[in-house]
Ligand binder design. Structure first.
Ligand code: ADP
Ligand code: MG
Length: 350
């Protein structure tokens, strides 16, 4: 898509988005609520008019085509099944409307329900299905249409946590089996990380970064992406630039691997460190004292919710070693290569 813009009345909510999506890839649009994910997806689907710009699918300009002529199928969070029809009828409905031959409809319904393991539910109505089963039917309705591109808008948001994880794995499997292009919208960065070949991080109608999950995690373009991708999030600590590759954070001096030519001594900066890159040490140069407010024990790992000397909160992941008790003060050191620094305007400096 090229320079896509969208306004509702006089308010522009999508501010010129350029994206190339490789055929057969799984792309996830992720970002906080209200950033424009659904609007962007709905424009691709043709459910929302494009204010400016062009959308191409498989080399064909579809910007002004009807949804039904675009070779897409969309799956919504709200399933949108017909309650008075059986699963079989729900799956067949779109094809019937398109005057597909009966034998062909039967074959496609059979194939889709086998892929989704809902063959035994074909005679039930949506009201007799669990949430996960209903979502499978909604996906099945997309599959029978044999679209070039699948569009998903937060399809798992109505499911409970456990089911979300298993459906996420199902959708990944589906992509592997079908090989179609899939564009998937979510506000859940874990879903984005686990499903995507490529992630598009959106904020306020703009693309903040586009890349593989590993790229956006390890090399976030800016402080927004750094703070959004990752669970728990990257610790972002207010600090002051001291010059010579040194930053003062909560009364401690830290070194960072940059010269900082474009910084002035005394500039406010943000120092970033992910919870898994913090280590409990005996103290010594470059370590920082932290008071443990709360220790969350998860079995394989522990999250230590701490406060630094100046009250800034910080989360450290702690995998092994003697138990750490709430109320104690620990010394934390930070992996040299994983220290991030962000300028006041959010740019990543290291
Ligand atoms: N039909 C509409 N009329 C007016 N504003 C809208 C409409 N649909 C969406 N918006 C606005 O556009 C912005 C993006 O919305 P949306 O795409 O739904 O965000 P997301 O899916 O990322 O949560 C929001 O500010 C929302 O209020
Ligand atoms: Mg939305």
């Amino acid at each position: 898509m090229t320079d896509i813009r969208k306004s509702f009345g006089s308010l522009e909510v999508i501010h010129g988005i350029d994206l190339r999506i490789a055929e057969g890839s799984f792309v996830v649009f992720v970002g906080p609520s209200g950033c424009g994910k659904s609007t962007l997806l709905r424009m691709i689907a043709g459910l929302e008019e494009v204010t400016d710009g062009e959308i191409e699918i498989k080399g064909r300009n579809v910007t002004d085509l009807d949804p039904s002529d675009r070779g897409i199928a969309m799956v919504f969070q709200s399933y949108a099944l017909y309650p008075h029809m059986s699963v079989r009828e729900n799956l067949a409905f779109g094809l019937k409307m398109a005057r597909t031959e009966t034998a062909e409809i039967e074959a496609r319904v059979k194939a889709a329900s086998a892929i989704l393991k809902i063959d035994h539910l074909l005679d039930r109505r949506p009201g007799q299905l669990s949430g996960g089963q209903r979502q499978r039917v909604a996906i099945g309705r997309a599959i029978v249409r044999k679209p070039d591109v699948f569009l998903f808008d937060e399809p798992l948001s109505n499911l409970d946590a456990e089911l979300r994880v298993s459906m996420r794995i199902e959708i990944a499997r589906l992509h592997r089996e079908l090989g179609n292009t899939m564009i998937y919208v979510t506000h859940d960065q874990t879903e984005a990380m686990t499903l995507a070949d490529r992630i598009v991080v959106l904020r306020d109608g703009r693309v903040e970064q586009e890349g593989t999950p590993r790229e956006v995690y390890e090399n976030p373009a800016n402080i927004f992406v750094a703070g959004f991708i990752g669970s728990p999030r990257m610790n972002l600590l207010g600090g002051t630039w001291l010059g010579n590759g040194r930053v003062r954070v909560a009364g401690s001096d830290m070194s960072v691997p940059i010269a900082g030519e474009d910084l002035q001594i005394g500039d406010k900066v943000s120092f970033g460190a992910r919870p898994e890159h913090l280590f409990v040490t005996d103290g010594g140069a470059g370590s920082i004292p932290a008071k443990v407010d709360f220790a969350e024990y998860l079995g394989g790992t522990q999250y230590l919710y701490c406060q630094l000397a100046d009250g800034q909160p910080l989360i450290a992941e702690y995998r092994s070693g003697p138990a750490v008790n709430a109320g104690s003060t620990i010394m934390l050191s930070i992996d040299d290569n994983k220290r991030r620094l962000f300028a006041a305007d959010g740019r990543r400096l290291t």
